[in-house]
Write a new protein. Structure first.
Ligand code: G3I
Length: 367
């Protein structure tokens, strides 16, 4: 590995991994996993193994802050089996090995997602409603990780507003198998993961705006139906891609939604927390204050509900965030990047880090 520059060294210290000067130590923020664990909750982040292997600062920030990791990409069907019958599991295996080595828990994201189906499977499903495709995929993936994955997001983003009375998203799964595909998928997953928490995961549930009101309503009705049918559904993932462009966040509305979901007997996880900014022309301090304030207000409500077991951020540092416009090309400056994660582009902690930690520290203990 190349020697670290002074800037990288300071950032490594800020991320919490190295030992060194007093000024850098002063920047080292308290560990989020420890803050979470004190209230019997967990904190984690979505990562890709290439990021961990190539960016020491990310690795250090993960080890300092996370007890749980969500593979950002590597368990999705299109990543696992881009060519029919050819499994590509190296990245997932490497991430699982990293997690095992460091005593971290891996989360199962995600089995069925309309945006994560390999092209060959889309074509097959549209030609014939062959459930063995789903069974084979689950069989090739789930047992490989055994009980080390304690929760699987079995269906991701099942709801779409404005089209069907039942709110189910139009997708190759719905087209092939009809509305019952979610129950079938949960039952199929249960065959391979007898002890895991099986979850649905959904986005756009946070704001008091018409489309999100509808989505919350439709999702709750779907959960009710599944529970009524006896489907093995144990949990709900609320993605929480917060967005300052969507206007004010109403704590009371979100609290009522959590209460209702919890009342249906589900454990809840905030699964993909980050913030899309509204105005990148402001001074960085003001931008960071706005993002941190929103996260604090959001988590204060979420963590007040005992059904919420943990929080996963969708990345730790802005450099690796999916919200970056130039995500897949080399990033050489930081001024125009979205600042929606706990660490900045250079892995210096931001006010959002403190906001998450403070929310954990002040929440009533879960147990
Ligand atoms: O690995 C290839 C690389 O080889 C290639 O050079 C590069 C060129 O674009 O693409 C790389 O793959 C990309 C992958 O991210 C890894 O960076 C894919 O094209 C890209 O589609 C993929 O995007 C991910 C997306 O899901 C689709 O899987 C994002 O990173 C990830 O943040 C995003 O995550 C989703 C959640 O799963 C569900 N909720 C919404 C969230 C954001 O869209």
């Amino acid at each position: 590995m190349a020697p670290l520059s002074r800037r990288q060294l300071l950032a490594g210290l800020a991320a919490g991994g190295l030992s060194g000067t007093r000024s850098a130590r002063a920047q080292t923020p308290p560990s989020l996993k420890e803050a979470a664990a004190a209230g019997h909750r967990f904190f984690g982040a979505a990562v890709r193994i290439d990021g961990i292997e190539h960016d020491e600062r990310l690795r250090q920030a993960v080890l300092r802050n996370c007890s749980h990791l969500t593979p950002e990409v590597d368990l999705k069907w299109d990543a696992v089996e881009p060519v029919r019958g050819e499994l590509r599991l190296r990245a997932a295996d490497d991430l699982a090995a990293f997690a095992r080595r460091h005593g971290l828990k891996l989360r199962g994201h995600t089995l069925l997602w309309h945006n994560g189906i390999p092209r060959w499977a889309v074509e097959s499903l549209s030609a014939s409603a062959d459930w063995t495709l789903i069974r084979r995929f689950f069989a090739s993936l789930i047992p490989r990780f055994g009980d080390s994955i304690e929760e699987w997001e079995v269906v991701n983003e099942p709801i779409e507003t404005g089209f069907r009375m039942d709110g189910l998203r139009r997708s190759p799964f719905l087209d092939a198998f009809g509305p019952d595909y979610i129950r079938r998928a949960l039952e199929e997953a249960r065959q391979f993961a007898p002890n895991a928490r099986l979850m649905l995961n959904e986005y756009g549930l946070d704001y008091d705006i018409p489309v999100e009101r509808d989505r919350r309503y439709l999702l709750l009705r779907l959960i009710e139906r599944l529970r009524h049918e006896g489907a093995p559904l144990n949990g709900l993932g609320i993605q929480a891609h917060l967005d300052l462009r969507k206007g004010p966040f109403d704590q009371r509305v979100f609290a009522a939604f959590l209460r209702e979901a919890a009342g249906l007997g589900l454990q809840i996880v905030i699964t993909e927390l980050d913030v899309m900014e509204a105005d990148r022309s402001l001074a960085p301090a003001e931008r960071d204050r706005r993002a941190a304030d929103l996260v604090r207000r959001y988590l204060d409500v979420a963590l007040a509900d005992k059904a919420v077991a943990g929080v996963v951020a969708w990345g730790l540092g802005d450099r690796h965030s999916w919200l970056q416009p130039r995500r897949h090309s080399p990033v050489d400056g930081s001024h125009d990047l979205n600042r929606g994660l706990p660490y900045d582009h250079d892995f210096m902690p931001k006010p959002m880090h403190r906001a998450i930690g403070d929310a954990f520290r002040t929440a009533p203990p879960r147990l």
